[in-house]
Ligand binder design. Structure first.
Ligand SMILES: Nc1ncnc2c1ncn2[C@@H]1O[C@H](COP(=O)(O)OP(=O)(O)O)[C@@H](O)[C@H]1O
Ligand SMILES: [Mg+2]
Length: 424
């Protein structure tokens, strides 16, 4: 397992439920994976391809799962495949669905996938002229990976121009020297994570996350402050439409470009007020924290799914089996996140939280002389299941309240969009 976040902890946790998995090496892992039986953290960077290949070859590793987008965009899969290793995660060419928004938009246009109208620019003056002609609201996106900070939803032309000047001025380095300017879409966002072997593509349960730091979905964007699944916004008819209009054309068009995409294709969608799904972006990996609500609901052994993708036999796999429950996840962050925050605070109460039956995934933690301490902006992701969203959310918060560390912060309204809609 390559990575160190809550997503990777959830993937390892799920894999280890299968007796077929002898052992997992986590590169570099976190305080949560360090405490799992049959799991070993290895202090090695996610971009140390040579080190990862050597470790995998020496230990006869059967499957390498890549969590984050950065090593995928850097070509980790290409490198490891050249060493005859099995990798779940797209090649560098495939990872462009996420690492270049202009490339992804061109793919969507070629595949006739519904998405916001857009244009790409490498020249700031042409970009400004385009914004002035289009008017606001309008969305400005740095082309490359920007750790979730590269997008401005501008409500005025002035704000849009300021975003363009910042991007071309170097705020995101090379990632901002091209921008995509796109039409503003209204609606509800949903996350459709799908697994694919390059030929067949199958969606996982639909999820929704809360990107903003503040209650009522206000304030700065974060990596994600909570999530829930399966969201009732996506009916089975809508899921079928997403499969036919978005997922299948994406894979077919990738193939037409000579890209054999094996891994997760994550479609971030806007469901418009008319009920039409439009792609906001593609990601080349599992979502965080969506993974922390999707995997606890999955009944099919995860390694069967991942191996079917890497061995290109997903079509033969039985339909994915799911628990008929709701899952909710509340992220506990360090005070100050997503701006400056402190690390190294001792964490208490995880056992008490887990004693409620909730699952505590670690995102930014580490073991420091046997003491668990905070080690990132997002520190923990607490997931609970229930027969209704109301029950799952209440259970997650009951567990969250048992956890303490200095200056912790979490949103108290995770799932508010589904709570109102649920029949009681
Ligand atoms: N066309 C759009 N219309 C309205 N909001 C958008 C649009 N594109 C992006 N956004 C908002 O900005 C957020 C980040 O944009 P996204 O394309 O997902 O980039 P990234 O996740 O790489 O930062 C989205 O989750 C959504 O809230
Ligand atoms: Mg996004």
């Amino acid at each position: 397992m390559v990575g160190s976040g809550g997503r990777e902890h959830a993937l390892v946790w799920k894999l280890l439920q299968s007796p077929r998995i002898q052992e997992v090496f986590c590169i570099p892992g976190n305080g949560g994976t360090a405490q799992l039986d049959r799991c070993r953290n290895i202090a090695m960077g996610v971009s140390d391809f040579e080190g990862i290949a050597r470790l995998a070859l020496v230990n006869n590793i059967g499957l390498i799962v890549v969590g984050p987008e950065v090593p995928l965009a850097e070509g980790i899969t290409d490198y490891l495949q050249q060493q005859q290793l099995m990798v779940f995660g797209p090649t560098q060419a495939g990872a462009q669905v996420e690492s270049s928004k202009a490339w992804a938009k061109a793919l969507m246009q070629e595949a006739k996938i519904p998405t916001a109208k857009a244009a790409a620019f490498t020249d700031v003056d042409l970009a400004i002229a385009y914004v002035k002609a289009q008017g606001a609201p309008i969305v400005i996106k740095a082309d490359g990976l920007a750790a979730g900070k590269g997008v401005t939803v501008a409500t005025t032309v002035e704000e849009a121009i300021a975003a363009l000047e910042a991007s071309f001025g170097g705020l995101f380095g090379a990632a901002g020297q091209q921008v995509v300017i796109e039409e503003y879409l209204e609606g509800q966002e949903v996350s459709i994570l799908a697994v694919t072997d390059g030929l067949t593509i199958r969606p996982l349960l639909p999820a929704q996350d809360h990107k903003q730091i503040g209650e009522g979905d206000t304030g700065s964007n974060t990596g994600g402050m909570g999530a829930y699944a399966p969201t009732p916004i996506v009916s089975s008819a809508l899921m079928e439409q997403i499969q036919v209009e978005i997922l299948e054309p994406a894979i077919a068009t990738l193939r037409a470009r000579g890209i054999d995409y094996r891994g997760v294709l994550y479609a971030g969608l806007m469901i418009t007020p008319q009920g039409e799904p439009k792609v906001i972006e593609f990601n080349s990996r599992f979502g965080d924290p969506e993974t922390q609500v999707i995997l606890p609901l999955l009944e099919t052994p995860l390694e069967e799914v991942l191996l079917a993708c890497t061995q290109q036999r997903l079509e033969e796999l039985a339909p994915l089996a799911w628990k008929a429950e709701a899952a909710a996840c509340v992220v506990i962050a360090s005070g100050g996140y997503p701006e400056a925050y402190k690390k190294g605070h001792p964490i208490q109460g995880i056992d008490q939280a887990e004693a409620t039956g909730a699952i505590v995934f670690h995102a930014g933690t580490k073991l420091k002389q046997e003491q668990l301490v905070s080690d990132g902006g997002r520190v923990l992701a607490v997931t609970a299941l229930g027969s209704t969203f109301e029950a799952a959310i209440a259970h997650a918060y009951k567990a969250v309240e048992r956890i303490q560390f200095a200056d912790l912060y979490y949103r108290k309204d995770i799932g508010h969009r589904v709570l109102g809609s649920e029949a009681s």
